[in-house]
Design a binder for this molecule. Structure first.
Ligand code: HEC
Ligand code: HEC
Ligand code: HEC
Ligand code: HEC
Ligand code: HEC
Length: 653
């Protein structure tokens, strides 16, 4: 696409990123890392090749003009930016994690470790986190060394708006008859891929199909004038109505992540494939499931009838049931679709204009990216105001995600957490993300008598033993651990993870064990009944507590994970950089998703089993202790006798 001079913006200044490459990543070379005196045990790099990570979909091609891949987001800013902090596409997108997915310092640190663990695995990470670079064949080293400045824009405007529905005929695109363009070009795009056997089956793994032409696919069928059209540029830039863009399947292209190096066996475990060869079935359901946000959604009520929230917590101006990812993550606003049309004129004002805010749960990385960009941050669009807006939206998202209910059951406090979101709570990236219950028991004077799930902000240490932590924990089987020279069991080695040790994250509405198991997202080492989208935790109430204050906390990046990224890295400085930024930006301080308080009723000493009732069960316990001292000796006179029995009968029922 050629833009006339007045609309072209200056390319942004180069962003300084600390990047490391190592000769050891040359394909097929097995190398060892960490083999210095007194260092960590010797680890062996798994000698995977690009072949092991190959996926169907559009293939990279640097030599065809069509695939100079995606046009920079700066080409869209002239019309789609600087008019609304809540819905102008650029203003909201630029502070989303997807805009910064290739600058994200945590990603750079994890990328380095992945490349250490499995040769060229970084190439796969780049396919999803920096699709423009991947399509343009600037990812062959598995690192970002060959990236252009624009490649660091991660998942950009032009990439998403050129994406084609891979399922021919499903949400079939309707050609929008503008300036002679009325054909549905999907078959044209899909046919060559079908002939080459490259149409993906199943969801996820960034198996996107990209229109080789410069087109703009979007949700609207009623754009009054095609500003992208030939009358403006002298070259046709088609505007294609794409129902696919309003569907969760579009997001599902990347929000199910499977490791293709492993294949599910008959026992339901994941074996390392023969190397230097594609996954034998190329079915994501047969690969190790790292993330399953799309599948969790697909098997929830949100994918069928949707869920209507009386408090309107999701969707912006959209009313009725919430269904798709876009309903919650691209909430509708009232306004114009371009800077010239956002004038309040009713003809150009849309009532349901999806915002590109894409708020999730990451509370600190955007600020770290802006800090790293230094003086270039503003010209990249990362203004302090936009960053504040984005942070506020993320915190709001986390607050809308759950509800908290407290009840007393005898001598126990019951904390119920209900998941209101469209997938597991939390969902997505397993490593370092966690949610936990903090309980503070106070006495009548308001003084803290006991705390459960205490978190120390300065050391970033969470006491986990006395509370419930909602999280997924992955790691390596004995087979993989032996091949890699690392201890078997839980770890943060993303590329080497083939076993789930824990997943007690709360399912969404509509959960069934069978459907979740079939898609690789069943609970692990925990049970939820079909239909259960909440979880209860019981805490024993300490003797002099008269009030409980409970907070549900979310943390994006745990200290344990950030230390891993720092300490495991033997390649470059990205681990240290990510750790330093994490420290500088508050160590990913937990966000209070919900807080509630409950006045506790002093437990009746005659309720010997603490079930909230004085009944036959308590009488039985009392008779068991007859004639002896102890808890059944209610008046503390040294023996359990008629006086104590009188107390039980006196508060019967
Ligand atoms: C992650 C993918 C993604 C990225 C990146 C993205 N968009 Fe979109 N965009 C969408 C989807 C999906 C919709 C339709 C949402 C719906 O129907 O609810 C949309 C809608 C739109 C619309 C029509 C509605 C509106 O908000 O005006 C415009 C215009 C648009 N995008 C422009 C852009 C521009 C410009 C950028 C870059 C600054 C961009 N998009 C980045 C996915 C994306
Ligand atoms: C010269 C101004 C201009 C430029 C530059 C521009 N757009 Fe647009 N775009 C518009 C207008 C005007 C609309 C119509 C908005 C509406 O109807 O609400 C639009 C609509 C869209 C839509 C929605 C189409 C639909 O049918 O749903 C998408 C997607 C889009 N633009 C993407 C982009 C992308 C990506 C870029 C940069 C590569 C870009 N635009 C650059 C003016 C522009
Ligand atoms: C009913 C509203 C709703 C729907 C539908 C929904 N989400 Fe979410 N999503 C949320 C909320 C609330 C959060 C924040 C809490 C959390 O982390 O789970 C969130 C968080 C996320 C996160 C960050 C998860 C984490 O903890 O790291 C991702 C990624 C995400 N959503 C993607 C998706 C995708 C993809 C879809 C569609 C397949 C989708 N969401 C559908 C409400 C929704
Ligand atoms: C090309 C692949 C791709 C597509 C398509 C895509 N995403 Fe993402 N998304 C990512 C990646 C990669 C990240 C993580 C970036 C990071 O944290 O560095 C991400 C992050 C997010 C987050 C932020 C999670 C957090 O922890 O805060 C949300 C929310 C999200 N995506 C929603 C969506 C929605 C909604 C759609 C569809 C409209 C979508 N994504 C389409 C790849 C994609
Ligand atoms: C198919 C798409 C896909 C692939 C392939 C992929 N990721 Fe991601 N990644 C995501 C999505 C989506 C998220 C956001 C989920 C969330 O926030 O919960 C994410 C999040 C992350 C995060 C968290 C970032 C943060 O700021 O907390 C890291 C780190 C990461 N990925 C590293 C990697 C590495 C390393 C690889 C390659 C071994 C990789 N990813 C491959 C989709 C992908």
């Amino acid at each position: 696409m050629k833009m006339p001079a007045p609309f072209q913006r200056q390319p942004r200044a180069r962003v300084t990123l600390i990047v490391g490459v190592s000769a050891m990543f040359a394909a097929g070379v097995v190398s060892t890392v960490g083999a210095f005196m007194g260092g960590p045990p010797v680890q062996t790099q798994i000698p995977t090749t690009a072949e092991d990570f190959r996926q169907p979909g559009t293939q990279p091609n640097a030599n065809t003009d069509q695939f100079t891949a995606t046009i920079a987001s700066t080409n869209c800013t002239f019309c789609h930016s600087d008019y609304s902090p809540t819905f102008a596409p650029f203003d909201t997108w630029v502070t989303s994690m997807m805009a910064q997915s290739a600058r994200d310092p945590v990603w750079h640190a994890a990328l380095a470790v992945a490349n250490q663990d499995a040769n060229l695995s970084g190439e796969y990470c780049i396919r999803c986190h920096a699709p423009g670079a991947w399509l343009g064949e600037r990812s062959a080293t598995g690192t970002t060394v060959e990236f252009t400045n624009d490649d660091f824009d991660g998942i950009n405007c032009h990439f998403c708006h050129r994406a084609v529905n891979p399922e021919l005929g499903k949400f079939s695109a309707v050609g929008y008859p503008i300036e002679g363009q009325d054909a549905d070009p999907d078959p044209e795009v899909l046919s060559p891929l079908a002939a080459a056997g490259l149409i993906p089956q199943g969801h996820g793994n960034a198996r996107y199909i990209i229109d080789p032409r410069d087109v703009r696919r979007g949700p609207f069928s009623d754009v009054p004038i095609n500003f992208h059209g030939s009358s403006f540029w002298g070259e046709p830039v088609w505007l294609i109505t794409s129902p696919f863009h309003s569907k969760s399947e579009f997001c599902g292209t990347c929000h199910d992540v499977s490791n293709p190096v492993f294949t599910k066996n008959a026992a339901g475990q994941y074996d390392l494939n023969a190397l230097n060869t594609q996954h034998p079935t190329q079915l994501p359901s047969q690969m190790f499931p790292e993330q399953r946000t799309y599948s969790e959604w697909k098997n929830s009520t949100f994918a069928t009838t949707g869920v209507e929230f009386a408090d309107g917590r999701f969707g912006g101006s959209l009313t009725g049931p919430m269904k798709s990812c876009q309903d919650c993550h691209m909430p509708d606003q009232v306004g114009g679709g371009c800077v010239f049309w956002d004038t309040g004129d009713p003809f150009f004002t849309r009532q349901n204009m999806p915002s590109h805010s894409m708020a999730g749960s990451n509370t600190w990385v955007i600020e770290a990216v802006a800090y790293q960009a230094g003086g270039d941050a503003e010209s990249m669009g990362l203004t302090p105001e936009r960053i504040q807006n984005s942070k506020a939206r993320t915190v709001q998202m986390l607050r809308d995600a759950s509800d908290l209910a407290l009840t007393q059951e005898g001598s126990k406090l019951k904390v119920r957490v209900t998941n209101q979101g469209g997938h597991k709570l939390p969902s997505g990236y397993p490593e370092g993300r966690r949610m936990w219950v903090n309980v503070k028991f106070l006495n009548a004077a308001g003084v803290l008598v006991a705390e459960r799930g205490a978190y120390d902000l300065s050391s970033a240490t969470l006491i986990t033993a006395d509370t419930k932590v909602y999280e997924a924990r992955h790691g390596s089987s004995a087979e993989v651990a032996a091949a890699a020279g690392i201890p078997a069991g839980e770890n943060f080695h993303l590329a080497l993870a083939n076993t789930k040790f824990k997943d007690n994250r709360i399912p969404p509405r509509g959960f069934t064990n069978a459907a979740f198991a079939a898609d690789g997202c069943a609970p692990v080492d925990y049970t939820y009944a079909d239909g259960q989208y909440w979880d209860d935790t019981l805490f024993a109430i300490p003797a002099d507590a008269t009030q409980a204050v409970v907070t549900l906390n979310y943390q994006t990046s745990s200290r344990e994970y950030m230390e891993f990224l720092r300490d495991t890295n033997t390649t470059d400085t990205t681990g240290q950089t990510a750790f330093d930024l994490w420290t500088m930006f508050g160590k990913s301080a937990p966000v209070d998703m919900d807080t509630a308080a409950l006045i506790l009723v002093a437990a009746n000493p005659a309720d010997l089993n603490g079930d909230g009732f004085v009944n036959g069960a308590d009488l039985g316990i009392m008779l068991g202790g007859w004639g002896q001292p102890g808890s059944t000796d209610l008046n503390h006179d040294g023996t359990t006798d008629g006086a104590d029995l009188g107390r039980v009968l006196g508060s019967w029922g």
